[in-house]
Write a protein that binds this ligand. Structure first.
Ligand code: DGL
Length: 245
């Protein structure tokens, strides 16, 4: 299967990583829109314009499926994307909401971008739970520039330390997971890629253990930055090919 995934930058690679681990024998085309990062501060109109280009790109690539590996786009533009194309679409937020609806955990903290928090997607979909939504927009530039400020992380962690669960509502945030765990040892941290993986049923032939070759995973980025290559290598532990658009 040929799978397209996209995000504003590095974040969606945390989703790609989990997919390649569970479903290695597919072709993955990743689109990181680094020219337009951050998405979390953009209006819906601005995002829709950017997405149109990405969907056209994936249509030309003839992908079988598109994974919206971005919390911001998942929370704001899912219906619009479904109207743009006939390609099968999965978003990264709905499977986490479905998972949370079935759990007993009641007090749920959400860290996400301004746009996702302002959409209140978690609060409106989980009415019987206590939801604490916190915009942590500083995390994205910290991750992209590889300048992690532990004081900022600690400040936000203190705000949700009484929660049972913390949802990493932006796909960049799993890159900080180990650091978040240090401040929140008793909180269950959810990487949204995991419920998504359980929802998307691909032919699971990982037991064939065929080695992945780099031209099966192609990463497209719309802009180069000083830290990009190093950051990609910090997230991905398999070979890939990179192309700048
Ligand atoms: N990784 C994205 C998300 O999941 C976008 C972050 C941004 O560009 O603001 O929301």
């Amino acid at each position: 299967m040929k799978i397209g995934m996209f995000d504003s930058g590095l974040g969606g690679l945390t989703v790609l990583k989990e997919f390649v681990k569970k479903y290695p024998n597919n072709i993955y085309i990743y689109y990181g829109d680094t020219k337009n990062i951050p998405y979390g501060d953009k209006t819906k109109q601005e995002l829709i314009k950017l997405i149109r280009e990405i969907i056209t790109f994936f249509e030309k690539e003839k992908v079988d499926m598109i994974i919206i590996a971005c919390g911001t786009i998942s929370s704001m533009c899912l219906n619009e994307i479904r109207q743009m194309t006939n390609i099968l679409i999965y978003d990264v937020i709905s499977p986490t909401i479905e998972y949370l609806q079935k759990t007993n955990q009641n007090k749920i903290g959400i860290f996400a971008t301004n746009a996702t928090i302002n959409s209140h997607i978690f609060k409106t979909s989980l009415k019987n739970k206590k939801i604490l939504e916190i915009a942590t927009q500083e995390f994205v530039p910290m991750i992209e520039n590889n300048k992690i400020d532990l004081n900022i992380i600690k400040k936000y962690c203190n705000q949700i330390s009484s929660c049972d669960v913390l949802v990493l509502g932006c796909t960049h945030y799993p890159i900080l997971e180990q650091k978040l765990k240090k401040y929140l040892p008793d909180v269950l941290i959810i990487n949204m890629a995991i419920p998504l993986l359980n929802k998307v049923k691909l032919f699971n032939d990982s037991n064939l253990s065929r080695e992945i070759v780099s031209n099966e995973i192609v990463l497209y980025f719309t802009k180069k930055s000083d830290t990009l290559l190093q950051n990609i290598n910090n997230v991905l532990d398999f070979p890939y090919k990179i192309i700048f658009l």
